[in-house]
Design a protein around this ligand. Sequence first.
Ligand SMILES: Cc1ncc(COP(=O)(O)O)c(C=O)c1O
Length: 378
Amino acid sequence: MGFNPSHRLDGIEISIIRKINALAKPSTINLGIGQLPYRAPGPLIQAGIKALEKGVIQYTTNAGNAELRQLIAEEHPRLYERGVNPEDVIITTGVEEALSIVFAASLNPGDEVLIPEIYFSVYDPLARFYGATPRTYKLDETFSLDLEDIESKINPRTKIIVINSPANPTGKILRQDELSNLAEIILSHRDLYAVSDEVYSHLYFGEEKPQSIARYSGRVIITDGISKRSSATGLRIGWTIAPQEVTRELIKVHQYMVTCASSISQAAAIPVLRGECLESEEKYRRSLKENRDSAIQLLSEIPDMDLVSPEGAFYCFPNISRFGDSMDVSLKLLNECDVLTIPGIAFGEKGKHHIRLSYAVGKEKLCEGITRMQKVLQ
Ligand SMILES: Cc1ncc(COP(=O)(O)O)c(C=O)c1O
């Protein structure tokens, strides 16, 4: 007798990111990390402490704290043409849960989900959990959407198209015309929805904040949260924003999965949405931009390592095909110079010519890490 796992788990493995991180030693320069290294903003921390002291440790409503939902709605006056209503928002346990309830509420066995060919490693297994088939759509050499390829892959079984901008692991920000053209494609197919993962939307280095596809279409489900923008991955606060007909279904899954997100974490998130943490957000962006520029410069000194400059999030995703496949190169770097990077294969088959470096670390560590890489790869 043994434990007989569900067929839902057939072929699903613990992520390569977790596996390679387990190989890090205390001495390792870890450029594999997916979170900011900064202390979270003061108002967020104070609000969390105050909530605990005041005993705010009861369930909230399933959809979440009313003030927080109101503030999230107010942050998006230009989406869905009409703006966002608090009733369109569900507070979730991180963006991971937001994605989970969206996939669970949308997918039947046999359905198809279109995801980018280089993707955040959760989208593929999550589609499989619900018996759906993830299919990848092409990105061009600068990681822009190949809209023709997307269109050619839509069929009556296609339920959702996932986009992620700014993207993990490429750092790509989708342009306005890409979003509006994709919105048009989606609207021309009955019952098709975009799932727009916007968890990095506050981490960008140009003048303008990245746009949401929900400016161009009502058939969009947004997943977002404070993990990355507020250096608060452990608070586990995310949310969905979606039209009422979708939110009505999402809340059923959310209710039976988790009841509600942590009341204390929700209270701590309120100052972020009130705009009390803007100074910290600006500081994070400035520091990340400096790190990004240093990383681009140092990587460009490695002959034959091509890099598309990242525009947002906090990752570089250079092409390392001249040095071997991604797993070999990551292991070589770990073993020969004690620098941890993530093999691009963790983000899909098309990632196998790349490695992912996170520049969300101290600048000195970052520069030392890439300088060591230069020596190993030259
Ligand atoms: C693209 C993307 N979406 C979602 C998440 C998960 O966010 P959270 O920590 O809020 O669950 C991550 C985390 O790395 C991510 O990179």
